[in-house]
Design a protein around this ligand. Structure first.
Ligand code: AMP
Length: 302
C-alpha cells in the first residue's frame, strides 16, 4: 500500500519520520502521467534505498506556454497505483500555494526573488528556446529537495540539460546525490515521453526521425568525426531530410556539446566526450532526445 499526500507538509513529516528511523530515502520528482521511463527511475530508486517517495506535480513555473500546461495529462490516483506496485512507499502532490505557503503575490503570481539560479547548464539550446524554464525547474527541485531531504534523487538522461541543472541545485544545497538513469525507448527507438500520447499514428512515425538522427551522429562518431560543427551537421541533415519528406517536423535545435563542460555555443576543437541533443516539433508536439556519443551503447544502457 502506498501512502498518498496532497499536502506537502504532511509528506515532509513522513520523510522526517523515516529519516529519524534511520532509513535512506530515495526520491524521484515527476510531473505524473507515469510511463515506463519514469518507472525505470522508480525501480532503480527502490533497489538502492530503504524507502522511496515520488512527487507528482505539474510545475507551472517551468511552462512558458499556457496551452502546453493546460494540455498536460494529470492522473494522480492512476500514478499512485503504478507507484505502489513498484514498491514506492509514498507519493505526494501539491500546488504552488502549498509548496510555497504564504509566499505567492496577492494576484497569485510567483515572486521573482524566490527563483533559483539554474547554473551554467541552462545556457543555450533548451534554455535559450524556453526562457525561464530552467529557473522554474531549479526552483521547484530545490524546494522538493528541502521537503524530502533525500539521500539520493533520480533523474532521466532523456532531459539532458535538466540533469546539469539539478546537479547544480544539489551542489548548491550540498545534497542529495544525483543519479541519472538511461533513456527508456519504444521498440522503434522513440524515447518514452508523457507527450507521446498526443501523437497520432503518422506523427509517431515522423517522430522516429529524432532517434534516427542520433543514430547517424553515433555512426559519425564511430567513424572518427570529433568536432561539434561536423557532428551537428550530420545530425541536422537527417532531421532536415526527414522533415522535407514528411513536412510535419519542425527542428528546434540539433547540436553537439561536451557533456561535462557545457557551453551555449558549439565547443571548439576535437571532443573527447560528446552529447548529441535534439528538439523538434512533430504535429505541434515538442519532443526532446539525446545520445552520449562516446559511450559503448549511446542510445541504450551505458
Ligand atoms: P517528467 O515527468 O517529464 O518531469 O519526468 C520525470 C523524470 O522522468 C525526469 O527526470 C525525466 O528525465 C524522466 N524521464 C522521462 N522520460 C524518460 C524516459 N523515456 N527514460 C528515462 N527517464 C525519463
Amino acid at each position: 500500500m502506498i501512502l498518498r499526500y496532497s499536502d506537502p507538509e504532511a509528506a515532509q513529516r513522513w520523510c522526517e519520520e523515516r529519516r529519524s528511523a534511520g532509513a535512506s530515502l530515495g526520491f524521484v520528482p515527476t510531473m505524473g502521467a507515469l510511463h515506463a521511463g519514469h518507472m525505470a527511475l522508480v525501480e532503480r530508486a527502490v533497489s538502492e534505498n530503504d524507502a522511496v517517495c515520488v512527487s507528482v506535480f505539474v510545475n507551472p513555473l517551468q511552462f512558458e506556454d499556457a496551452g502546453d500546461l493546460a494540455r498536460y495529462p494529470v492522473d494522480f490516483e492512476g500514478d499512485c497505483d503504478k507507484l505502489g506496485q513498484a514498491g514506492c512507499a509514498m507519493a505526494f502532490t501539491g500546488s504552488l500555494a502549498t509548496f510555497f505557503p504564504g509566499e505567492l503575490e496577492a494576484d497569485g503570481s510567483f515572486p521573482a526573488r524566490l527563483l533559483k539560479d539554474p547554473g551554467p547548464g541552462a545556457a543555450g539550446l533548451e534554455g535559450e528556446g524556453r526562457p525561464g524554464h530552467f529557473a522554474g525547474v531549479a526552483t521547484i527541485v530545490a524546494r522538493l529537495f528541502e521537503l524530502v531531504c533525500p539521500a539520493r534523487a533520480y533523474f532521466g538522461r532523456k532531459d539532458f540539460q535538466q540533469t546539469l541543472v539539478v546537479r547544480h541545485v544539489a551542489g548548491a544545497l550540498g545534497y542529495p546525490e544525483i543519479r541519472v538513469v538511461p533513456t527508456v525507448r519504444e521498440a522503434g527507438g522513440l524515447a518514452l515521453s508523457s507527450r507521446n500520447a498526443q501523437l497520432g499514428a503518422a506523427e509517431r512515425e515522423q517522430a522516429l526521425a529524432l532517434p534516427r538522427a542520433l543514430e547517424t551522429a553515433c555512426g559519425a562518431w564511430r567513424e572518427g568525426l570529433r568536432t561539434a560543427p561536423e557532428l551537428g551537421r550530420a545530425l541536422r541533415a537527417v532531421l532536415e531530410r526527414e522533415g522535407l519528406e514528411c513536412g510535419g517536423l519542425e527542428i528546434g535545435y540539433a547540436a553537439v556539446r561536451d557533456p561535462e563542460r557545457w557551453t551555449a555555443q558549439d565547443p571548439a576543437g576535437e571532443l573527447e566526450r560528446a552529447v548529441a541533443v535534439v528538439a523538434a516539433r512533430v504535429g505541434g508536439v515538442r519532443l526532446l532526445d539525446n545520445a552520449l556519443l562516446h559511450v559503448a551503447d549511446p542510445m541504450g544502457e551505458s
